[in-house]
Ligand binder design. Structure first.
Ligand SMILES: [Zn+2]
Length: 673
């Protein structure tokens, strides 16, 4: 890398940390994550939980999102910028381009899962408009190219070029373009969008870098995209560019620091506390993991360790959501985890999942997958309706049924002016198959329990691996291995933290019951007690086709308590079963949820309801319902039937109260913090 004297027009400045950076830049040629994911294209999901969601995403959400991008002018902006149509820039935001890119990414993943000539040719048409909108030197940003903006006021728009890197979104858009381009090329074999992306990235490397523009993007994302271009092409300059952007953060030599909101208050390697806008942070941490893995720079690994500890110990919702504050869509202080006003943006959950997956690939520790699993079954999945056409932007853990918390709506919405979340769902859902398995030489990791089949190539050995399970409703998992010939392998089967008495890998949440019924494992019917290494049961032996592992994870209904410092959960209890977090909704509990009290000795059981909410396991029992006296000085209680549904499936039956955390004792104040 070209670290040295940096310049920008009118001023000469010297890079800080020159020697250390140069030494790090030279590190570890050919380095990468020690563990490789088995790509989603090699994993076929065939289960009762994710398969319907994937099909809905393919058949409904991707098309719905494209339709919205059409009707809101997002796609027309490309045609206008490219001279294919007449008009003005339409929309309120300069980052509208990114929505189109994200849906193309989601459509590409869907095309890999199931060919769809109609969808593929439609994507070709959209790509042609994008290519037309690209200026001759590679510049691509419709709000910058179209000369007039039709609607005012506009937000986050940079004109002229690169004039507002701190709060505009030219670079953010491009990150999503690069991710989409790689996905499109891998799905279709076509280079049409990839060529656009590379021309754009080459322009970036000419504009930003040592001796050129030194300001990092205000909204991180381009770094992840650049790393994907590096992986797709082998061109080191794209990785260097990603690293350059990361290392300009917190470096006042070259730009006025943006501050904590943009994680530009300290050099990234010195950041220890998760602060500011949660989506920006999650994308940045993901890019830091990529750059750390690909350069072998342990400074990134150490920094991420501190940031992860901070999030998981103090800033993580039980649902896996992050970003407590609506103001600034930001992390709160330590233990600031309000329920009713929780922001917990769907995009932040996605970014958190991406980051935790990368940390698993770095360290091989299942604690990161415990967080990932918590996100995908709860705080991410709540973001999209069962029918695939309605979305949450924030994902609060309580609702009074009256406040419009979802950008003016009480329930999920079909779209938003700022529609980052619906389009992020479209691309993230089909990628979940890529989180199920991983490998390292002759080590195979079973990370998530999803019925279906994976095809692995291990040092020349072909290995099929099949799971049979009704997870997450049932904790019994049968894993059948099918190596092409008998071979010695280590099968690492994740034993979730929740099955070992730890809901999260920190003291932020704990189970009320100390006792945990032990999980069991058997190989070909013989019980085994293998060593547990970093959260995985390690089964090392010579495996032959048809050998079967049976994992049994007891799934009692568990009561969860939070750390005493989380004021919002004080005196309250939440319910989990397996990886699923539950909530009480008015629709199931006599029209209210905020008046419920769940004493510690109230009996609870699980019951599968195939006809409810697409088929869910519910928690039933008896609870106390409170009725305040008219003067508010006393309460009457009565016992009534209680029912809790999976949190991810809430808000499908009209507006009403919902609560994840319920009081354990009768008290006068019904308010939910
Ligand atoms: Zn979003």
């Amino acid at each position: 890398m070209r670290w040295g004297t940096f310049s920008r027009p009118g001023a000469w400045v010297v890079a800080v940390g020159l020697v250390a950076a140069a030494a790090r830049a030279a590190a570890a040629p050919g380095a990468d994550y020690p563990i490789r994911p088995v790509p989603f294209t090699a994993v076929q999901i065939a289960d009762g939980f994710w398969s319907p969601r994937l099909e809905t995403n393919r058949a409904v959400t991707v098309r719905h999102d494209f339709d919205k991008c059409e009707t809101t002018g997002r796609i027309a902006n490309f045609a206008v910028a490219g001279g294919l149509a007449k008009g003005d820039f339409v929309g309120l935001f300069g980052f509208n381009d990114s929505d189109v890119y994200k849906v193309i990414e989601g459509a590409s993943y869907s095309l890999r899962l199931r060919p769809d000539p109609g969808l593929e040719s439609y994507v070709d048409e959209v790509v042609a408009k994008i290519a037309a909108a690209q200026e001759d030197d590679g510049y691509l940003y419709t709000a910058g190219t179209i000369p007039t903006l039709a609607q005012k006021p506009t937000c986050c728009v940079s004109r002229p070029r690169w004039s507002d890197i701190a709060s505009g979104h030219e670079l953010y858009n491009l990150g999503h373009l690069y991710e989409a381009a790689v996905a499109h090329q891998q799905a279709t074999g076509k280079r049409t969008l990839l060529d656009v992306a590379l021309k754009s990235a080459d322009l970036l490397t000419r504009v930003f870098g040592p001796g050129r523009r030194l300001d990092p993007p205000g909204h991180q994302e381009v770094e992840i995209g650049l790393v994907k271009l590096y992986r797709a092409t082998g061109e080191r300059k794209y990785l260097d560019q990603a690293r350059f952007f990361l290392e300009q953060r917190g470096n006042a030599a070259g730009h006025t620091l943006y501050g904590a909101y943009n994680q530009d208050h300290l050099p990234v390697l010195q950041q220890k506390e998760a602060v500011g806008h949660a989506v920006r942070a999650g994308y940045m941490y993901s890019a830091m993991a990529d750059v750390g893995a690909l350069t072998g720079d342990q400074g990134y690994v150490r920094a991420l360790g501190g940031l992860w500890d901070n999030v998981v110990s103090r800033k993580l919702y039980l649902t896996g959501g992050i970003g407590a504050r609506r103001d600034g869509e930001a992390f709160g202080d330590d233990y600031e985890l309000p329920n009713r006003t929780a922001y917990a943006e769907t995009c932040a959950a996605i970014a958190n999942a991406m980051w935790n997956h990368r940390l698993f690939l770095l360290h091989g520790d299942a604690k990161y997958l415990d967080v990932l699993e918590r996100i995908v079954y709860n705080g991410f999945l709540s973001g999209v309706s069962l029918d695939g056409e309605r979305f949450f932007y924030p994902n609060p853990l309580a609702s009074d049924g009256e406040r419009t918390f979802n950008m003016g709506q009480k329930g999920r919405s079909a779209w938003f002016d700022c529609s980052c979340c619906p389009t992020n769902v479209a691309r993230f859902l089909p990628s979940i198959a890529g989180y199920v398995y991983a490998q390292r030489e002759r080590d195979v990791f079973v990370n998530l329990f999803v019925a279906g089949r994976g095809e692995l190539g291990l040092d020349g050995l072909k290995l099929g691996i099949r799971q049979e399970t009704r997870y997450p409703w049932d904790g019994r998992v049968r894993i059948v291995v099918e190596p092409a010939h008998p071979a010695e392998l280590a099968l690492h089967v994740r034993v979730p933290g929740w099955a070992q008495g730890r809901p999260v890998p920190s003291d932020l949440y704990r189970y009320a019951e100390a006792e945990t019924e032990a999980f069991t494992l058997a190989v070909n019917g013989e019980p085994v007690k293998p060593e547990i290494v970093r959260g995985f049961a390690v089964l090392r032996r010579t495996w032959k086709a048809g050998d079967a592992v049976e994992l049994s994870l007891p799934m009692p209904v568990r009561r969860v308590l939070s750390h005493d410092k989380v004021a919002a959960d004080s005196g309250r209890v939440a319910l989990e079963r397996g990886p699923v977090v539950y909530c009480a909704e008015a629709a199931d509990n006599g029209g209210r949820a905020f008046n419920l009290v769940l004493p510690d000795d109230a009996p609870l059981q699980a019951d599968h309801r195939p006809d409810l909410l697409g088929g869910v396991t519910v928690v039933t029992g008896r609870a106390l319902a409170l009725q305040a006296s008219e003067d508010g000085r006393s309460v009457a209680t009565r016992e009534q039937d209680f029912l809790a549904v999976p949190y991810h499936a809430w808000a499908h039956r009209g507006d009403g109260e919902m609560a994840v955390w319920l009081p354990r004792r009768v008290k006068l104040d019904f308010a939910v913090p």
